[in-house]
Design a protein around this ligand. Structure first.
Ligand code: GDP
Length: 293
């Protein structure tokens, strides 16, 4: 992952290490490369622009002129700013009365259903009594998929054929409350594109059940488009977190940087494989190190 980006940074920093003192021109030359590397990694240009400006402000002048090793100083600043841009790790908010509700949203193919099952597995390992809810009654294949995943991880799946998703979520909540379920994870319907009907349905579900977390699952492989999708959901639904999937592919990581920076919604998990254990809590330090190589 991030081969291009980390390779590029390595090259830049090798050059830097060979130099002694760092002039303003040196900083600019390096930042030109940083800018290119980030753009090539599909980071949105406005995000790249403000990132580079922040690094430049810190690198030129005070800190660098006082530093013993200017090259290391610039590396440190780029690293720190990348961590700042990616944001602090943010845990799932599972406070309040039980059952706590996590609503998974996203477009078809993003990896939402897989992430739903992965998350259920994590919650169960933390001692929660979990119920999965298949709130896509129009697509029998989606319901079946969740049922199969539920069986694999040993978690019950609530589904009612033909019942509209907001009603279905409310019924599942009632049942969960009565049967001592502590965490309910709703797999909402996926669509092939952003549309009003989908957003209205999500809003209707959120009116019927007290949602603790609304997590948007986005495919990190789709580059700039991921930002557009995240903005579309953010404008209609109150997102509390992001799950970036397929980080095991050759995605360049630009999506993580752009989405976090533009929407302000914290990244909570990274999907790193098809297996049901392949969901990592987001750690900006680890991701920044991977990006920088
Ligand atoms: P949904 O339509 O959003 O519910 O997407 P699915 O959960 O059905 O996933 C679509 C495809 O992506 C499936 O083949 C999954 O196995 C695969 N997938 C999901 N998450 C990941 C991931 O983190 N890494 C990889 N490599 N594949 C994933």
């Amino acid at each position: 992952m991030f081969d291009n980006l980390s390779g590029r940074f390595n090259e830049i920093f090798q050059q830097l290490r060979r130099r002694g003192k760092l002039s303003e021109a040196d900083v600019d030359a390096v930042l030109r490369e940083v800018r290119l590397a980030l753009l090539e990694a599909d980071v949105h240009y406005s995000v790249v622009k403000s990132f580079v400006t922040r690094v430049r402000e810190r690198a030129v002048g005070h800190e660098v002129s006082k530093a013993l090793n200017p090259a290391q100083q610039v590396i440190k600043i780029v690293h720190e700013e990348l961590i700042n841009t990616l944001g602090e790790p943010d845990r799932l908010n599972l406070s309040g009365p039980k059952p706590r509700v996590v609503m998974m949203v996203g477009l078809q193919g993003a990896g939402k259903t897989t992430a739903t099952a992965k998350l259920a597995k994590i919650l169960r390992s933390q001692g929660e009594r979990v119920l999965l809810v298949a709130a896509d009654p129009y697509r029998p294949a989606a319901v079946k998929q969740l049922q199969t995943l539920g069986q694999q991880i040993g978690v019950d799946v609530y589904t009612r054929e033909g019942v509209k998703p907001p009603d279905l979520a409310a019924q599942a909540f009632d049942m969960a409350q009565k049967s001592g379920v502590s965490a309910m994870v709703i797999d909402t319907a996926g669509r092939s594109q952003l549309d009003d009907a989908l957003m209205q349905e999500l809003q209707a579900i959120a009116r019927r059940v007290p949602v603790n977390e609304t997590l948007l699952t986005v495919d990190s492989m789709i580059g700039q488009e991921a930002l557009h999708i995240a903005e579309g959901f953010r404008d209609s639904v109150k997102l509390t977190g992001l799950v970036l999937t397929k980080m095991d592919g050759d995605s360049r990581g630009g999506a993580a940087i752009s989405i976090r920076s533009v929407t302000g919604v914290p990244i909570k998990y990274l999907g790193t494989g098809e297996g049901l254990d392949a969901l990592e809590s987001f750690d900006p330090r680890r991701l920044a190190s991977r990006i920088l190589g």
